[in-house]
Structures are given as structure tokens and as C-alpha cells.
Design a protein around this ligand. Sequence first.
Ligand code: GLC
Length: 430
Amino acid sequence: MIVFQQLIKRYTCGAAVVVMLFAIGANTARAADITISCGSVGQDFEMCKKMTDEWAAKTGNKVTLFTSPNSTTDILALFRQQFGAKSSEIDVLMVDVVWPGVIKQHLLNLTPYAKGIEKSHFPAIVANNTVDGKLLAMPWFSDAGLLYYRKDLLEKYHEKVPATWEEMTATARKIQDGERKAGNPEMYGYVFQGKAYEGLTCNALEWVSSYKGGSIIEADGKISVDNPQAAKALDMAASWVGKISPKGVLSFGEEEARGVFQNGNSAFMRNWPYAWSLAQKGDSKVKDKVGVAALPKGGADGQSSATLGGWQLAVSKYSKHPAEAADLVLYLTSKEVQKRRAVEGSYNPTIPELYKDSDVLKAAPFMGALYDVFIHAVARPATVTGEKYNEVSAAFWNTAYATLSGKSKGVDSVKKLGQDLAHIRHGDKW
Ligand code: GLC
């Protein structure tokens, strides 16, 4: 009997060990090492690390963060190299809202993985990310250009939030002069993104659209930029450089502009929503002194225009772990994670329901107050130009750059751009 009982025990233990070994074996076989490229602007990297670590702990997979450059133009160039080599190095990619048409052949169709959850996101973003009926990327966060201003300085100089670019220019000048006299030689009126890259395309589209000069190329494919309002808008921006904006603004991206503003050295700044939570942090010199408004109108007859930006998460077609990579994408774009990113990092959610969430609205009040700005933001002509978008945008930012740096007057700039774009279009179709 005792022998029998010992035999049973031994057998049971043996079975347990076999089951355990099998389980470990299966787990090891399933565990994947996923590499994700998720940005390096502001808190991008740090927040991505935190949330991907959580997913890794939950699923038993490993996540490695790929350090990307912070200019979207440089990231695209790098991804194109990787795609050219069909490299499986990066599994999950952060995709700019203007790229789906440009890199569509390298992205996995997420439709079978998303299982309809994309319906809880803004339909316009889902449509933007759907090419030839395939959902190529899940919306992660949305962006729109905003005007940041110093509440304390407007009060000190008895000025109000500017409604037009002309008012902004005058108020910026007044504050800059006053603060310099009061002992801050570093003070400027306005900082923005003036470097020759995609960020300048976003700023310049806002200027042009605010003067009712169209959106470079219209939805029907017509090249519209060669018009007097567009020329006027570019000339106005050129008048800031070296006056209310530092000359160095010609090499500013988002982070350089934020650096100057957050150090207390500019009255106004054009930037995306992420800059809010950083301006409000303990180490910020402008904590509690900042307001956020819609960008100014182009003259009294103009309109306030914000360029639509934002990022998606996609899986590379060359990934060796598509299922795990898609799972990570769905986790990071989920309502729970988007809410935390909105509260902790002021990243605008892509899920309309979160704009009614009291925690989100408390942490980033502008998301509620400026909801219309986000909903009516102006799209860059990416859908209509498809694969040619980057070439089109480069022609536009180079034109804007030449005008800002005084090499060309607005009227000549838009004329030449119209010709260059027609050349890129090559015939009637984009
Ligand atoms: C922001 C926007 C993106 C845009 C980029 C330009 O990251 O979300 O859409 O292309 O800025 O710098």
C-alpha cells in the first residue's frame, strides 16, 4: 500500500514537472521580442517606455525601444531605408497622419486584429489610415496647431489674447521691447517651427489657410497655392524673422521653440498639445503662467486655421512577430492607455468619448475648450497626392523657408511653387 501510494506520488509529481516544463517551454516559444519606434519629442520616449513595459509584464513578451530622430522628416527617411532593405528590425512603427499613402505597401493590414474596435475612434482618422480597404494603422493621438501665450505678460502689458496675426505681431513687439528694457535681453515675441522640414509645412499651411489662401492643393487635386492671399501670408511670416522671432527660428523644430518659451523667453509660441503638460511641470519657468488659444486669423476677414497632425501605430509587413506586434498596437491605442497619455502627457485622444472625461478635461482644459479647433483642423494635401506627398511637402516647406530667410518675396515664391508642383504632378493626375 505504502509502495503504491509512493508510486502514485512519484507519478503525480512527475506529471506535474512534465506539465510545468511544457508550460515553460510553450511560454518561451511564444515570448517575442518586439521593437517599437515611438518618438522622441517631449515625453514621447519616457511614456512609451512606461506603457510598453506594462504590456511586456502582462504578456510575457519583451519590448525594445528604437530611438528615432525627433523630426518627422528624418524619421520617414530612416523608415524608407529600413523598408528598402525589408528589414525586420522594427516591428511597431509610429506613423505620421500624412504617411499612410506614402508607405502603404510596407504596413500590415490590421483589420483582422482590430476586430471593429477602430469604430470607437474618430471616423476621419480611421478613414485617413485606411488605404484600399485595409486598416494600415490604429489612431494613437491627434494634433492641431495651437497658440500658447503668457497670461501674466498679457496682463502686465494690458493686452488681450490676439485674434489676428496683425494683433499678435503688435502685442509680441510691445512685450518683447518692454521685457528687454526691464532687463531680459533674451526676450522674444513669438517662436514657431521655421526649419526646412514637415513642421514648417504645418506652420505655413496655417498662415496660408488663415488668410483664406486655400490649402496648397485642394481635395480635387487642383494646385491652388499661386494666389495673392497665400503670398501675403508668407510675407507676413517673413516679417517676424529677426524682429519678434529670433533669427535662429529658421532652425527651430517643435522642441527648440518649446525650449525658448518654457524658459520664459517668448510671449507667444505655436506648438502642438504635448507642450502643455511640459509647460505645467515643476521645473518649467512658466508653470501656471500659460494660456492656450486657437491660432490667430489672417486679418479681420480671415479665419483661424490649425493644421491637423497626429500619430498612428502600425505593424511593419516585415515583422517576424505580427500577432504580438498587433497586440501591442491595440494595447497602446486602447481607451485606457489613451486616457492616461492625455492626463499625464496632454496627448489628444483619438477616441471622442475621452473628450468628455472629467480627468482628461481637468488635466488639459484646452481639450474641451478648443474641441472645435481639433474637429475642424485643416488637413495637409496627403490623401490627394498619395505617394507624392513628401515631395509636394518638401517643395512647399522649401518655398516657405526661402521666403522666411528673405531670399524670395511671397508673390514670386507662390508662383514658382505652383510651377514646381505642376511638375511633380506630371499631367492631370497625382
Ligand atoms: C507633429 C504632428 C505631425 C507633424 C509634425 C511636424 O508631430 O503630429 O503630424 O507632421 O508635428 O513636425
